[in-house]
Design a protein around this ligand. Structure first.
Ligand code: GN1
Ligand code: MG
Length: 364
């Protein structure tokens, strides 16, 4: 975390309604640093973009500007409130949408959406469905945004075969000397590598549509209206770029289908809850049904498996690399996260037919 002074120094450069009064860190998220800024007349969200993850922060910002402008237009046309239903960047007093501090760090600011809160992991079923519907609507609203316009903010982000190659490298390198303790997990993943290319190949063949997708569809990336409980706003737009709907559905199901946290150490608590899965599918597919291609429909359940597999590779790979990517709170954190993914993988394998039946029941 950069010190509060660095945040205070940059906060004053943004066009807030009044003087900054208080700055508090927000600890959610593994990548960027986030602060809540209170000022006279309101509050805002200040973020420092992680430059070792997002190599081209300007491109991240360009994508966000395009995407939010498009969403604003669509939400307005549908009679909604764009100031609550999508993110709004706050410009700098001097103009522009981000600032670079004396250390070369990139900062940006969003308007705070009042009367809304993130859908928590383990939320009741109705909230789960609302969050899923918000992701589905987000996808539907982006249907006509030309993907060629967008930058790939992290190249190969969901290129599972490349993730596998990076994982094998981490295993071979064993730079942190942790391999001997996790051989079972490594083997479990490598045994499943044969399926890694399925979505990438379907995209390359043109069978599976390439769309503008969110690419980080954890339930807490949806704000729910605090009064009505309805899915209000999709946040965390850093990885919005060309991808597949199958990844977004899959990533949402990855942990959204369990009540347990992504870093739950008691693996007995980590389990597929079919009732949750059903709400995710109902919420999301209810919004995208009209645009779903047959290849997408066929790969939805596989997508949950694939993204979970990929996430397991990423967490365990980072553990083997000595925790260079994800923020960790304790030494075994990435290992615990990898173990929950492996547990969910086994759950998806055991329940594949039941999950397919749920999807079929909705899509017909
Ligand atoms: C990271 O920082 P956060 O929590 O938004 C990661 C996602 C992972 C997620 C796992 C840019 O997201 O891909 O799925 O952690 N984002 C990036 O919780 O790597
Ligand atoms: Mg994210």
């Amino acid at each position: 975390m950069p010190d509060v002074n660095a945040a205070a120094e940059v906060a004053a450069r943004f066009a807030l309604p009044g003087a900054v009064q208080q700055i508090e860190p927000v600890t959610q998220g593994y990548i960027n640093d986030t602060w809540q800024v209170r000022c006279v007349g309101g509050r805002a969200i200040l973020q420092r973009i992680n430059r070792s993850v997002f190599r081209q922060p300007q491109q991240v910002m360009e994508n966000i500007l395009w995407v939010t402008a498009h969403l604003r237009e669509r939400i307005h046309a549908a009679g909604g409130d764009p100031t609550r239903e999508t993110l709004t960047l706050i410009p700098l007093r001097a103009g522009g949408w981000f600032c670079v501090d004396s250390r070369g760090e990139f900062w940006r600011m969003y308007a705070f959406i009042e009367g809304a809160e993130p859908c928590q992991q383990g939320a009741p079923l109705e909230k789960v469905r609302q969050a899923a519907a918000a992701f589905g609507r987000f996808q539907a609203l982006l249907e006509d945004l030309p993907g060629e316009q967008l930058h790939e903010t992290i190249p190969g982000f969901h290129h599972t075969p490349q993730r596998l190659t990076a994982f094998r490298r981490a295993v071979e390198g064993d730079v942190a000397g942790r391999l001997s303790a996790v051989r079972g997990e490594v083997q479990m993943l490598l045994e499943r590598s044969g399926q890694a290319g399925r979505v990438i190949e379907a995209l390359a063949s043109g069978n599976l549509p390439r769309r503008v997708t969110h690419n980080d569809t954890k339930l807490d990336n949806v704000l729910l209206d605090s009064v009505s409980g309805q899915g209000l706003c999709v946040i965390d737009l850093d990885t919005v770029m060309p991808g597949s709907l199958v990844y977004d559905f899959g990533d949402m199901v990855r942990m959204g289908a369990s009540a347990a946290a992504e870093d739950e150490p008691e693996l007995d608590k980590v389990a597929l809850d079919l009732a949750r899965f059903k709400q995710l599918a109902l919420g999301y597919l209810g919004e995208v049904r009209g645009l779903l291609a047959p290849a997408e429909r066929d790969l939805l359940v596989f997508g949950a498996w694939l993204i979970t597999f990929e996430q397991a590779l990423r967490f365990l790979g980072d553990y083997l690399n000595g925790d260079t990517y994800y923020r960790v709170a304790y030494a075994e954190h990435n290992l615990v996260r990898a173990q929950t993914q492996i547990k969910m993988l086994a759950e998806f394998e055991r329940n594949r037919e039941r999950m397919e039946a749920v999807v079929l029941g909705i899509t017909g």
